[in-house]
Design a protein around this ligand. Structure first.
Ligand SMILES: Cc1cc2nc3c(=O)[nH]c(=O)nc-3n(C[C@H](O)[C@H](O)[C@H](O)COP(=O)(O)O)c2cc1C
Length: 301
């Protein structure tokens, strides 16, 4: 089996999975700027088994996604094992398991962050996926309410065969607010022998410092704010980034969907530009490519 360290270099910066954002168009864009790995949005293994068209669409890949990584969620080890033979899953180089999603519906089904409370089941899921003979990675939070079990949980995942662990330095209860606990992330990295990617609040100012004591970093919202975070320098203007994002979106999903999908990014892409409110609001109402680019062209973005 390929060693994860040959697929992913030390000091890497990856795009964290972001439901509603990290579709194939955005992942391709992040790879253009040097993201070392991009991960799909979370895909339900139960949905896959019912041949849901939507989940299959989530598993499209871009040509520059090498290696490729799909994130799966669920709670039944046998469903993960069955997913291995699904052709749209089988094409991925790395499989990641979601053990962090805080959403009530997911948690209530024993999926996502609920697995932090059931290390036995979580380990069985890792073992089931390992039968595919590919690297299996885990994305976890520090706990549900407290962080006391975080190191032990990570060790259990390593013992079950996880090849890499991404640690989002928050508990489920914290959702996405409060500071990520990087001391705890580093404690986990020191306690396990597999690579650990630290995750939580990485931005362009702290990215290099965050890489201390971990194998690499996973970036979520910092990449939505500026996908050029991966190249470490801005070579394109914001408008050029938006145009490229839109072109990729059109290629995969068609114009109407691409323009709508871009709306979630517009507030982030335009953040910090003085007096941008009117243009931002107008951009959010656009339904086609030309009117969107006309509106944005009015501003010096
Ligand atoms: C809108 C949104 C969607 C997310 N979707 C997923 C997901 O599908 N799978 C996952 O493991 N984490 C998901 N996350 C969590 C992120 O991957 C990441 O752990 C978290 O945002 C902290 O990193 P950041 O501060 O760099 O954004 C999501 C976060 C946000 C804000």
């Amino acid at each position: 089996m390929t060693d994860i360290k040959t697929l992913l270099r030390k000091g890497c910066a990856t795009l964290a999975p972001l439901a509603g954002y990290s579709d194939v168009a955005f992942r391709r864009l992040c790879r253009d700027f040097g993201a070392d790995l991009t991960v799909t949005e979370m895909v339900s293994v139960a949905g896959l088994n019912y041949k849901s068209k939507k989940t299959v669409a989530l598993l499209r890949t871009a040509p520059n996604e090498t290696p490729s990584c799909a994130q799966l969620f669920g709670s039944v080890p046998e469903q993960f094992e069955r997913a291995l033979s699904h052709p749209d899953v089988a094409k991925f180089d790395i499989l990641d398991v979601n053990m962090g999603c805080p959403v009530r519906k997911v948690f209530g089904h024993g999926e996502g962050s609920a697995l932090l409370l059931d290390p036995e089941r979580a380990a069985a899921i890792v073992r089931a996926l390992k039968k595919g003979g590919k690297p299996v990675t885990v994305k976890m939070r520090l706990g549900v309410k407290d962080k006391a079990g975080a190191v032990d949980f990570a060790k259990r995942m390593e013992d079950a065969g996880a090849d890499l662990i991404t640690v989002h330095g928050r508990t489920r209860e914290q959702l996405y607010s409060g500071e990520a606990d990087w001391d705890e992330i580093r404690r986990i990295a020191a306690a396990v022998s597999v690579p650990v990617l630290g995750n939580g609040d990485v931005d362009e100012d702290n990215i290099e410092e965050r890489k201390d004591g971990v194998y690499g970093v996973a970036i979520g919202r910092g990449a939505v704010a500026d996908p050029q975070i991966f190249s470490g320098r801005r070579t394109l203007t914001r408008l050029e980034v938006i145009k490229r994002h839109l072109a990729y979106g059109e290629e995969y999903f068609g114009e109407r969907y691409a323009v709508t999908a871009l709306r979630s990014f517009i507030p982030f892409y335009l953040k910090g530009i003085p007096d941008i409110k009117r243009i931002r609001n107008a951009a959010m109402l656009c339904r086609d490519r030309d009117s969107l680019l006309d509106v944005l062209g009015e501003a010096d973005v």
